[in-house]
Write a protein that binds this ligand. Sequence first.
Ligand code: SF4
Ligand code: SF4
Length: 86
Amino acid sequence: MRHYDCKNYINLDCEKGLCALCKAVVPISGQNSEACANFKAADKCGNCKNFSNPDNHGIGTCTGLEKENWSYSTMNACTCSGYEAR
Ligand code: SF4
Ligand code: SF4
């Protein structure tokens, strides 16, 4: 798990973000990108109970909305009415 996948991560640019909890600037990937003990999974389709069968590109099936459809596991779900944390 990485800072990037954490609910406390605020994106700054394509390389780094800010931790809303400790206020540190943290990298998206590479060295020091591993999450800390305060990690809390961000609301993303991949963390939703209604997301299933992702392929090797992270594209899976959403069954949480009116009509079944495909979705990306990394898609931000903070505004989705069907989101249910796993
Ligand atoms: S809480 Fe920990 S894992 Fe989450 S963004 Fe802050 S430093 Fe990273
Ligand atoms: S219900 Fe929303 S958050 Fe859940 S998989 Fe479908 S689109 Fe994503």
